[in-house]
Write a protein that binds this ligand. Structure first.
Ligand code: HEC
Ligand code: HEC
Ligand code: HEC
Ligand code: HEC
Ligand code: HEC
Length: 122
């Protein structure tokens, strides 16, 4: 199998100027190593989340070969799939972020201010 360490991935992905152009949109491929390593996912491997590709091949993203990350591989968030958020395609990472996970305690501390980042006060 293609076992690559986070260090190896970050050899390239800690470059702030690394980008990819998809549908004419320039997307950053930068991952902040410091923020990742200080997050609750610091012990999670990049390849635990990013599956179905061989990172030794460059380019390693060909079409849709890199699977969309499935958080539920490790977490069972009850009832999320039936929620209005799932229905409206709000992603886990829209709330928790991708690489610097916002924990439940952090989000709870923000209280309504957090919800208001998407829901305007009326
Ligand atoms: C907890 C799961 C998780 C881990 C661990 C993780 N990622 Fe990601 N990453 C995501 C999600 C979610 C996305 C958004 C795209 C998707 O859903 O597939 C993403 C997107 C990316 C992208 C595309 C650019 C972007 O920001 O959207 C790159 C590059 C990337 N990750 C690299 C890495 C590297 C390198 C590591 C290890 C240091 C890593 N990822 C660890 C969940 C993860
Ligand atoms: C030699 C440099 C290099 C290494 C090592 C590397 N990447 Fe990449 N990565 C790139 C480049 C360049 C792209 C964009 C073009 C391509 O697919 O090669 C990319 C694309 C990606 C994407 C797709 C982003 C998107 O949404 O379009 C993900 C996810 C990703 N890499 C994760 C990883 C992970 C996880 C590792 C370690 C297992 C890794 N990369 C190792 C250079 C690298
Ligand atoms: C609309 C924003 C939002 C979305 C989308 C969301 N979460 Fe959360 N999540 C929260 C908030 C706020 C908390 C803390 C409050 C609570 O525990 O109810 C939380 C708590 C959690 C926790 C810790 C508590 C527990 O239930 O175990 C985990 C793990 C988690 N979320 C993972 C996920 C995953 C995985 C997804 C996608 C399937 C997801 N979240 C989607 C906002 C969100
Ligand atoms: C490879 C397994 C794995 C995957 C995939 C994964 N996580 Fe985690 N996650 C963990 C581990 C391990 C912890 C730390 C132990 C714990 O609290 O469950 C954690 C903790 C968390 C927490 C903190 C829980 C709390 O009580 O505050 C949140 C939030 C979270 N993950 C969200 C996500 C989201 C969002 C994704 C998808 C982008 C994801 N995780 C994907 C393994 C994973
Ligand atoms: C990342 C953006 C985002 C965040 C953060 C977010 N939401 Fe939402 N929420 C949405 C979207 C998109 C919808 C779909 C309905 C819409 O168009 O407003 C929605 C719908 C809802 C609905 C159903 C409303 C209706 O009119 O049917 C409720 C209730 C709700 N959210 C509560 C919350 C709460 C509570 C929080 C904080 C824990 C929160 N949301 C945080 C994006 C978000």
């Amino acid at each position: 199998m293609f076992a690559q360490s986070n260090e190896e991935c970050l050899d390239c992905h800690s470059d702030k100027d690394l980008t990819i152009t998809e549908n004419k949109i320039i997307k950053s491929l930068f991952v902040d190593e410091e923020l990742f390593n200080s997050s609750i996912h610091s012990d999670v491997e990049c390849i635990d989340c990013h599956v179905d590709f061989d990172p030794d091949d460059l380019p390693h993203k060909i079409g849709t070969n890199i699977a969309k990350v499935d958080c539920n591989e490790c977490h069972e968030v009850e009832n999320f799939s039936e929620s209005i958020h799932a229905e409206k395609k709000v992603e886990c990472f829209d709330c928790h972020s991708k690489h610097q996970i916002q924990e439940a305690s952090t989000l709870k501390m923000k209280g309504p201010d957090f919800c208001i980042t998407c829901h305007k006060k009326s």
